[in-house]
Design a protein around this ligand. Structure first.
Ligand SMILES: Cc1cc2nc3c(=O)[nH]c(=O)nc-3n(C[C@H](O)[C@H](O)[C@H](O)COP(=O)(O)OP(=O)(O)OC[C@H]3O[C@@H](n4cnc5c(N)ncnc54)[C@H](O)[C@@H]3O)c2cc1C
Length: 283
């Protein structure tokens, strides 16, 4: 909570990555070109005093289900490695020789938070109408939806034509709140999110304006993310956090979880700069 209060202040400046968050990583990787191999999952890291070997397995299919094809295994040999996958993903990798005791504790014990979203499409932007109408922003409720966020794009202020409908982030929840949504089927999530919105905006309006299209995403159930972010529990910041970024032989570690800005892109970028400087200093 203290970290959140330090970062999410009324006077903080936020930037939007127009075109989506992938535009940042796409821009950063342009010069690397074909060196980048997508769709490969690290399963093992070995290292000696002279080099590092990373073993990867091949593509996940479109539904993020492992292909399980044994001959898709590949190894990459390098002088140094930067491992930038979430701690929850490192839990499922083999390390030979084993990681240090403090790093192992950070990997096994750091709390990985959950986040789940349910999006609903509506024929009209009914929330923008009438005396109490509003544009963008969000509301918080104690019903299971918890947080709702409304589109702040494609309205008349963007210079474009005002679209009649819009997609609402009808439920955005974290931690235990999110885990309860994860127990539901995708259809049940849409149904409950709709009723949670009806609680706030009135059943007739919400049911009448819903187009029938809804989608949900659980980061705890996402095979590559394995959770929303590393959010240290009480005591973990002092006991475990530092070990997330210590160097182990020829292997360096990056990712937002190695900084004091976990769950922020700024933390990921900060860690990338730190890891790049570490490796550069050795070569
Ligand atoms: C719901 C949600 C909302 C967010 N909202 C914001 C926001 O508004 N603003 C903000 O600044 N930040 C936000 N964040 C946080 C932001 O997404 C992260 O801080 C950032 O993506 C972390 O970058 P990273 O490179 O450290 O890790 P990731 O982006 O998690 O990258 C790790 C990569 O490792 C890959 N991977 C996993 N396992 C393996 C494996 N075994 N082998 C190979 N690759 C593997 C994954 O596929 C992934 O591509 C949000 C996160 C979530 C989940």
């Amino acid at each position: 909570m203290l970290v959140d209060h330090a970062l999410i202040r009324p006077d903080a400046t936020y930037w939007e990555l127009e075109g989506g968050t992938a535009t940042l990583t796409d821009a950063l990787t342009t010069e690397l070109g074909p060196v980048i191999q997508m769709g490969r999952q690290m399963t093992r890291r070995e290292q000696t005093s002279t080099g590092v070997r990373i073993t990867t397995v091949g593509e996940y299919d479109q539904d993020d289900v492992p292909s399980g094809v044994p001959d898709s295994t590949q190894t990459i040999d390098a002088d140094y490695a930067v491992i930038a996958i979430p701690l929850s993903a490192m839990r499922f990798c083999e390390f030979e020789p084993a990681l240090s005791y403090t790093k192992r504790r950070a990997v096994t014990a750091t709390h990985q938070d959950a986040a789940t979203k349910v999006l609903l499409e509506f024929k009209t932007r009914f929330w923008e109408e009438g005396e109490h109408g509003f544009r963008g922003g969000g509301c918080v409720t104690d019903n299971p939806n918890r947080f709702m966020y409304f589109p702040s794009h494609n309205d008349a202020s963007d210079g474009g034509e005002q679209p009649s409908g819009g997609v609402v982030l009808a439920s955005y929840s974290w931690s235990d709140d999110a885990m309860r949504w994860d127990s539901l089927t995708p259809d049940q999530r849409v149904d409950h999110a709709l009723h949670g919105m009806a609680d706030v905006f009135g059943t007739d309006t919400v049911l009448q304006e819903f187009t029938g299209v809804g989608l949900s995403q659980s980061w705890m159930q996402a095979h590559y993310a394995l959770g929303e972010a590393a959010i240290p529990m009480p005591g973990q910041l002092s006991e475990l956090h530092h070990a997330t970024r210590t160097v182990e032989g020829r292997v360096h570690f990056a990712g937002d979880h190695t900084t004091l800005k976990p769950a922020w892109i700024a933390g990921a970028v900060e860690s990338a700069v730190r890891a790049a400087l570490e490796v550069q200093a050795r070569t």
